[in-house]
Design a protein around this ligand. Structure first.
Ligand SMILES: Nc1ncnc2c1ncn2[C@@H]1O[C@H](COP(=O)(O)OP(=O)(O)O)[C@@H](O)[C@H]1O
Ligand SMILES: [Mg+2]
Length: 389
């Protein structure tokens, strides 16, 4: 006998429906984006055209989930029409070199493709042969593509975009791209590359509102919880907390943690106090996962703000910039120019780590005020410091 005793599950009936890689049949409140993708891609099958699409939006806005749902549905739909559609999803945060990305793609056609010995040009040629041989329409999803470009430049993107210039056959295009990034297209792609992506092929994912998050949470309650264990007011409570970030991942994680805590306490239902306890837990994990991938000077910016905001409700961007200069000195870094600093602030605002609001007319014209969305400044400072080391 071991001391391990299985805890009976009375709240959550199916944990798998709460995992990040689980993709529900329908993505709530993303009909517009789904329709846009579908209409962009219908010529791929009907007219043998390839497409290039760019999806952008903050963390947890459903970009990865929607692209996967789309690929699955598109493949099935194509097969119904006798077309061989395949897709590969590459996360460029874990594969940030051209050969890393190409290996993942080739592995789809030739499992255990050797991971050394081929140049990228050779790998692209092999890919072309495979596509021709299998008569495939391939959709490649490059998720978090800005990381690839920052690390390795845009050569691979360029090659993949031009792939169909040397067509596999006279009238057939074979390779489409879905590019995904939290950052705006202009922040990391050069003008020449951007010009190859039609404006109407750039799809924006706005933050979810409280009501939308409520519906997303409600869907997971139906999928993953025993009936009657999560009442509507609890769904609303969770949605309200998550609305600060507009982040569905945060909302689902908060729901799951609330369910676990309720279960551990032997409760029959999820109660507000379970959600409050879960909130403290979830903030800490989510915040860390948002800070970790930031580039160094964004971390320094965040550190600067967390230090000066401690005893205040907000600080001005001017105060933040002065504090940033001090932090740079402390870390032996050259402060970036004013315009870069502004980009950092805006980016940190976009991912929900900072709140930015116009203060109206101040003494010196219009200013922007920085707030912290519910993360205690002390905890934020501690986290950034530990991640800077
Ligand atoms: N509209 C939605 N309906 C249902 N679940 C959603 C929706 N949007 C996001 N999710 C879920 O929230 C989590 C985060 O979404 P994800 O697509 O990974 O966000 P992003 O890639 O934009 O950071 C995933 O578990 C996803 O399934
Ligand atoms: Mg994603």
């Amino acid at each position: 006998m071991t001391g391990f005793e299985e805890v009976p599950q009375r709240i959550i009936s199916d944990y798998s429906k709460l995992e990040f890689d689980y993709v529900p049949d329908t993505l709530v409140h993303r009909d517009a984006q789904m329709k846009q993708l579908t209409s962009i891609f219908s010529p791929v099958v009907d007219a043998n055209r390839s497409q290039k699409v760019f999806l952008t939006g903050g963390v947890g806005s459903g970009k990865s989930a929607l692209s996967k749902r789309f690929c699955l549905d598109f493949r099935d739909w194509g097969r119904g029409k006798g077309k061989n559609i395949e897709f590969v999803i590459v996360n460029c945060r874990s594969r940030n070199t051209p050969s890393g990305v190409l290996l993942k793609i080739l592995d789809r056609f030739q499992p255990n493709f050797p991971d050394r010995g081929f140049s990228t040009t050779e790998m692209l040629e092999i890919l072309r042969k495979q596509i021709t041989r299998d008569n495939v329409f391939l959709v490649i999803v490059l998720d978090e593509v800005d990381v690839l470009i920052k690390k390795s430049g845009s050569d691979l993107l360029y090659s993949l975009s031009r792939f169909d210039d040397e067509k596999v056959s006279e009238h057939r295009h074979s390779l489409s791209l879905i590019l995904i990034s939290q950052r705006q297209i202009h922040d990391f792609l050069d003008a020449a590359t951007i010009s190859t992506i039609k404006r109407s092929n750039q799809i924006r994912f706005d933050r979810y509102s409280k009501d939308e998050l409520g519906d997303i949470v409600g869907q997971r309650v139906d999928l993953a919880f025993f009936p009657g264990t999560v009442e509507d007011d609890i769904v609303g409570f969770i949605a309200g907390i998550a609305a600060e970030f507009g982040d569905a991942r945060f909302a689902i994680e908060l729901l799951e943690n609330s369910g676990r805590i309720a279960n551990e306490e032997g409760a029959e239902q999820v109660m507000p106090e379970h959600v409050r306890t879960a909130k403290a837990m979830t903030y800490s994990v989510v915040t860390e996962s948002k800070i970790e991938p930031l580039e160094k000077h964004m971390k320094l910016t965040l550190l600067a703000v967390s230090r000066i905001i401690r005893k205040k409700t907000n600080v001005s961007t001017g105060e933040a910039e002065e504090a940033y200069a001090l932090v740079c000195e402390e870390f032996g870094e050259e402060p970036r120019a004013h315009t870069r600093f502004w980009e950092y602030l805006n980016y940190l605002g976009d991912v929900g780590l900072l709140g930015l609001s116009a203060s109206g007319k101040g003494r010196v014209g219009k200013t922007t005020l920085i707030t912290l969305p519910d993360i205690p400044a002390g905890i934020l400072e501690e986290k950034v410091l530990s991640l800077l080391k």
